[in-house]
Design a protein around this ligand. Structure first.
Ligand code: NDP
Ligand code: 8X3
Length: 253
């Protein structure tokens, strides 16, 4: 069994973040969960030991310092950060997209992730025991696709941020990595299509998408590597997904 870690997970109320919380709690790690839907986090922590939570809106510049201040004594032990909070809004060419969607994606996926990471660094650096920062990017940031200009660009930013931050932190023992999933069946598409459940369902029909647990086991594998090993960048897709947008189902389903 690995030594128990103190890991912060953003976007832990749903999908990949929640699956990471479930998997890492099962491995005996101590967790601090953040998201806006704290009722979900509260329910999760009621079922798990060594779990705490707080309201966190990474897109709100006041929320990150409030979250950090509230949990400062726990954060003194923190040796992991999983940045999963993020979203796509809309799937339209830029010329017909909504300005407010663009702003929310940049505020959340880019500014939110950068600021959250920056706010965590004093804690991760102070104890001099190293640690892990694992950012959830996307295949959309590696292979651009039509209608994904803004979302893809936010995830490309996450990738570059990851690699440059690793350089800033060289010699500290803090590993910095990005996981770039393809299609994962979560609430992601429901959010992207502004609550249109029928359209969201279509995104995962006719093939076998990744499950959020598949990303959680990838993250756990990365965390479990010995200190001298870093998985810097991990692109994970369903076997049925052959590039950023196309699926060819393995038969039989
Ligand atoms: P979900 O919609 O299921 O989960 C998104 C999570 O992000 C929720 O917990 C949500 O919590 C949180 N979140 C959104 N906005 C904010 C905010 N402003 N502040 C804090 N938390 C926020 O989607 P996924 O789990 O699929 O998405 C997780 C990450 O994975 C995202 O970064 C996404 O871009 C990425 N990704 C997803 C893929 C997929 O196909 N599903 C593929 C590749 C990458 P709440 O609303 O409670 O605040
Ligand atoms: C989410 C995967 O294909 O919808 O990052 O962009 S995709």
């Amino acid at each position: 069994m690995q030594h128990p870690r103190h890991i912060v997970i953003t976007g832990a109320s749903s999908g990949i973040g929640l699956a990471c919380a479930q998997h890492l709690a099962g491995l005996g790690h101590s967790l601090l969960l953040g998201a806006r839907r704290t009722d979900r986090l509260e329910a999760f922590c009621a079922e798990h030991t060594n779990c705490r939570f707080g309201y966190l809106d990474v897109a709100d510049p006041k929320s990150i310092p409030a979250f950090i201040e509230e949990h400062a004594s726990w954060l003194a032990h923190a040796d992991g950060l999983i940045n999963s909070a993020g979203l796509a809004l809309g799937a339209a060419p830029l010329q017909t997209s909504l300005e407010e969607d663009l702003i929310t994606m940049v505020d959340t996926n880019v500014k939110g992730l950068f600021s959250m990471t920056r706010a965590m660094l004093p804690f991760l650096l102070a104890h001099k025991r190293g640690g892990d920062i694992i950012n959830i990017g996307s295949i959309a940031g590696v292979f651009p696709y039509r209608t994904g200009s803004v979302y893809g660009a936010t995830k490309a930013a996450v990738q570059v941020f990851t690699h440059a931050l690793r350089m800033d932190l060289g010699g500290t023992g803090i590993r910095v990595s990005v996981v770039e999933p393809g299609k994962v069946e979560t609430e992601f598409s429901l959010v992207r299509f502004h609550g249109d459940a029928a359209q969201a369902k279509k995104a995962y029909e006719g093939y076998r998408p990744l499950r959020p647990e598949d990303i959680a086991t990838t993250v756990a594998f990365m965390l479990a590597q010995p200190a001298h090993v870093t998985l810097q960048q991990v692109l994970v897709t369903a076997t049925d997904q052959i590039n950023a947008t196309e699926v060819v189902p393995v038969t039989p389903l």
